[in-house]
Design a protein around this ligand. Sequence first.
Ligand code: GDP
Ligand code: MG
Length: 729
Amino acid sequence: MSTPSPLPSPASQPVRIALAGNPNTGKTSVFNRLTGASARVGNYAGVTVEREIGLWTLPSRTVEVMDVPGAYSLAARSAEEQVAIRTVFGLDPGEPRPALVVVVIDATQLVRNLYFAMQLIEARVPVVLALNLMDVARAQGTAPNPERVADILGVPVVPVSAHTGEGMKALASAVERVLVQPDEGRSVVPWRYPKALQADVDTLAGMVTAWSPEEAKAMGRWALLSIDVEDELVDVPEHVRTAVAQIRSKAESEGRDIDTELIGSRYSWLDLQDFGIAANRPDAGLTLTHRIDAWLLHPFFGALTFLFAMGALFQALFSWSDPAIGAIEQLFSWVGMQVQAALPEGLLNDFLVQGVLNGMGSVLVFLPQILLLFFLLGFLEDCGYMARVAFIVDRGMKSLGLHGRAFVPMLSGYACAVPAIMATRTLERQRDRLLTMMVVPLMSCSARLPVYTLIISALFLPDTKILGFLPAPGFMMVFMYVFSTLMALIAAAVLGRTLLKGPKVPLLLELPPYRLPRLATVLRQMWMRARTFLTEAGTTILVCTIVLWGLLAFPRHPVLSEDYAAQRSALPATETEALAHIDAAERAEILERSYGGRLGKQIEPLIAPLGFDWKIGVGLVGAFAAREVFVSTMGVVYGIGDAVDESSTPLRERIRDERRPDGTPVYTPLVGLSLMVFFALSAQCMSTLAVVRRESHSWRWPIFLFTYMTVLAWVASFAVYQGGKLLGL
Ligand code: GDP
Ligand code: MG
């Protein structure tokens, strides 16, 4: 097999090197040491999902360093592994192939970590091994002997510690040596495959030449066997995929298992090597983690701690963020009033106050909850607890067809589905990822909260009791959360047994040692996720609010059926009630004739069986872009005007007093329940659909998500409303 040219094109572009390795080995910490940057670090698999690039000044030149997401192997199972493969082999268009890979290894877990390095060596990628966390390994007495590791594997090995800064100079000179002489970083593979496997590898190696030469060189034959055909390593040509599938099924018919053979031949060799790890290692260093785990993974106390931790998390989420939410709301209504007073009345004024400021406000009110959730999750991740949580919930999750690691995305879904869907990248299999993405939007995200609050506070008065003693508002709120969680779990169970059926895979989980979280790390992580929310969801919500404002504000001066001004001037100024009546009639007609109003009327036949009138329809049109827009839209619909929030009394009262032409109230508690059920189940969030599209690389899944949730919502609301009517509610 030919090897890549040692040094990519001169001068024009700096040489790139990659930092790769298993999750949680300190890649990002080493990256920060080398580049002086402060990329986020975290004590949980899957923290680095995007790649970061920085500059590293070596004695004789400057190189580009790329921080690659952690991967246990180059087997292309998880999204992270795919990113790692693409980066290491330079498969992304426009991205240079790294001249060498620095494999960051956790020196306390040497043997397991070497597996990844072995795959790179097989692929003839020049490597330098950085044995990181040497400070910890020495303290534990588990430090390997770096020279011995270098002798056995035949590649440069440097002991380092990202914490103390040890070994950074030696790393720089090892990297320089390999840059000049790439063969120093390659080695003759000292381990052997069984005969049959070797024959398969050779068959595929023949096909590789038929692949584009550039990719063939890059991928190496070993990677082909590692491709699990079910999962998509994007860009693998169809005929190679077919050949891999054939080889795999042939092996299966012979009673062989290629994965076992591949993994087995590497590990059985590894196990025989003597890396100079102190024979009588004192267990002292590890015991603290073990002792803590004896409690936290205990079937009873572990579950208890888990429930307590999650309870505290939710309590924090829903009570601690309140003051900040209130402050943001007040700030925006104050700014709105200032702008309204400063500008002359008219289109610009309306646009800024009701469109732009309203939109910004409705995005930013979510920030406190999202920041808090991600701060707490970040803290739990960084100290190492989140990995245990995946372990604890795995059994329950698996019975639903979900993967243990789906728990964190599901939990994040209570704040916002957008970052939650991005968090599914930690799942290994495409099928697990898709299943999680399809149910996360059913979790009760914080955008539903203002809608529930509005409806509950308008229609379920505190003095009404459910079952005779439960205060209705609190009960309804809890009910909605329980309801949506149950629906998400049911949806997972159904989808996981039908459309997204797949073999149950064991949870391969690293249980990292407990470490004291670093505040800077946790804060940075929190900010990165909040930024995702602001850019991904925020911009969509803002744009939608503005568009919706336009729909309700235009046409500007519709021809009205009556001359309201004439009616007004015909009355004496003392007839305040009659005058107000005329005003209201005029506003209602302007709304009815706006584009939004016409749209609402058009969908009325569709939603009437759910108990909704056309004005609710207008709100639903807006809510399909982003749920919380419903509240401000209802404010406009009922002419309460600007700076409406869900607890504003006038809006609540307007809703309570709204009558149909025949005088019956539009909103009964039954209509309210039907409306909340609709909001709980329907896919009213453009940002979520956009993220699913991006993360699944296809239109199929966002379309499916939208369809199934909308149908589910309609059917459930129909059942609630019609069923309730039959019961005489
Ligand atoms: P990554 O997932 O490989 O990028 O690993 P991170 O850089 O996020 O580090 C994982 C954890 O290990 C963090 O809590 C770091 O603070 C810690 N860490 C990284 N390198 C060292 C080291 O050399 N010594 C010690 N004691 N801790 C380290
Ligand atoms: Mg990292």
